[in-house]
Design a protein around this ligand. Structure first.
Ligand code: HEC
Ligand code: HEC
Length: 367
């Protein structure tokens, strides 16, 4: 009796050990994150075609003077090239305008991660209707789109009704899926072209994954873990010194129900959304693609160059940061910058503004 029991026990132990080993392998894989090439993303071509017009169409904003492209300008890396974003007339933003290249592959949107990345339509709705962005009433937007016969005809190619409400937002979201990095050396390298990265860029990639520890947060296809971290980026004094920016910041906190917002003179990051003290000063890990075109960097444009960014990480970040100093040699810093700027950036993605069709009054009774 006894020996059998023992054998059985030993057998079970062996099974348990095998399972643990398998789990260990899975864990090790999960623990070794990496940057990945961009995946394909399906989109509805007819919707994206109309979306392209609407993206560039100033009539989508309240005063018919601002389009998405006014702030996300293809010629400026699909951002605005400024440290802090502009705003609808009589307002300015307190945060940097991010690029929208590859944005639909992100887990979350905005510097404080307040929106779900799988829902581009909701993001577009906020950009169009919020007062600091395009300050547009969505009913008026719908009527304006319907006054352009070419737009109605384009709409009919994918739906059998008239342009309406939320679906118009989704159309711009569909267009955003087409705004992607192209011909990126890093992607070619990952797909087997060993010569796609120069020796220096390759050394930078090794540092990125190794000594510099960047890959812990910057991983996956866009170079973001989709999470919030405190790196201690220095404040940009303009967010309080310039009243139009300060007002936007306080209004943002008020809208999100943050307690004691009137006494807040710094950008508290995701705390403004979660109201959980442990999130104070945390921001979403941004994409690291096409950095060559998308400076200034960070949520408040604090750094004009990638050299400054790398120096910042080398110091172990700023006040309250979770980062440790890196002690990189000058040649290592240079290699890291070369990888970030040239290895991870593709060709400039330029889309020209299409010629926008004019309004035409619709026939009486047809609305
Ligand atoms: C007046 C300038 C302005 C206009 C117009 C504007 N945006 Fe933005 N956009 C910004 C700023 C600033 C942010 C960052 C806001 C934040 O993080 O709090 C942003 C954020 C975004 C993001 C999130 C990117 C990321 O990586 O998190 C997307 C996507 C986006 N905008 C798309 C659009 C689209 C589509 C339109 C047109 C419907 C549009 N924007 C209109 C300034 C603008
Ligand atoms: C603990 C997570 C974490 C680590 C590790 C990390 N980053 Fe970041 N990175 C972030 C966050 C969060 C931001 C945004 C911070 C902000 O705007 O306040 C950021 C911003 C950046 C930006 C600016 C991108 C833009 O578009 O503005 C660059 C470039 C960058 N990181 C490169 C690096 C490099 C290089 C390393 C390694 C030396 C690194 N990061 C390590 C989390 C991290």
């Amino acid at each position: 009796m006894k020996p059998l029991e023992l054998t059985r026990k030993a057998g079970m132990l062996a099974l348990v050990a095998a399972a643990a080993a398998a789990a260990g392998v899975a864990l090790a894989q999960a623990q070794a994150p990496d940057l990945l090439p961009l995946p394909e993303q399906k989109f509805n071509a007819a919707m994206a075609d109309l979306g392209r017009y609407l993206f560039f169409d100033e009539r989508m904003s309240g005063d018919a003077a601002l389009s998405c492209a006014s702030c996300h300008d293809p010629k400026r890396g699909w951002g605005d090239g400024q440290a802090l974003g502009r705003g609808y007339p009589a307002s300015e933003n307190f945060r940097n305008t991010p690029t929208i290249l590859n944005a639909t592959l992100k887990a979350r949107y905005h510097w404080d991660g307040r929106l779900d990345g799988s829902d581009a339509g909701t993001l577009v709705r906020d950009q169009i209707t919020e007062s600091v962005f395009m300050n547009m009433d969505s009913r008026l937007m719908q009527e304006r789109v319907k006054q352009v016969p070419e737009y109605v005809a384009m709409w009919k190619k994918f739906r059998n009704d008239d342009p309406n409400g939320m679906r118009i937002f989704n159309v711009i979201g569909e267009y955003m899926k087409t705004v992607r990095s192209t011909n990126v050396p890093f992607d070619r390298f990952k797909k087997g072209d060993a010569s796609a990265l120069s020796a220096e860029q390759l050394a930078g990639y090794d540092l990125f994954k190794g000594k510099a520890g960047c890959v812990g947060c910057h991983n996956g296809p866009v170079g973001s873990d989709g999470k919030l971290h405190r790196t201690g980026v220095p404040e940009n004094p303009a967010i309080t010194a310039e009243p139009l920016r300060h007002i936007t910041m306080l209004r943002h906190y008020a809208t999100n129900g943050m307690p004691n917002y009137m006494n807040t003179h710094t950008d508290v990051g995701s705390y403004g959304i979660t109201k959980d003290l442990k999130d104070k000063g945390k921001f979403l890990t941004p994409s690291l693609r096409d950095l060559k075109y998308t400076g200034p960097y960070m949520h408040n444009g604090s750094f004009a160059t990638l050299e400054e960014v790398v120096d910042f990480y080398d110091r172990g970040g700023g006040a309250g940061s979770v980062l440790k100093p890196l002690a990189l040699a000058p040649a290592e810093k240079k290699a890291l910058v070369a990888f970030l700027r040239d290895g991870l950036s593709g060709d400039a993605v330029i889309v020209e503004k299409p010629k926008l069709p004019a309004y035409q009054v619709r026939a009486f009774g047809q609305n």
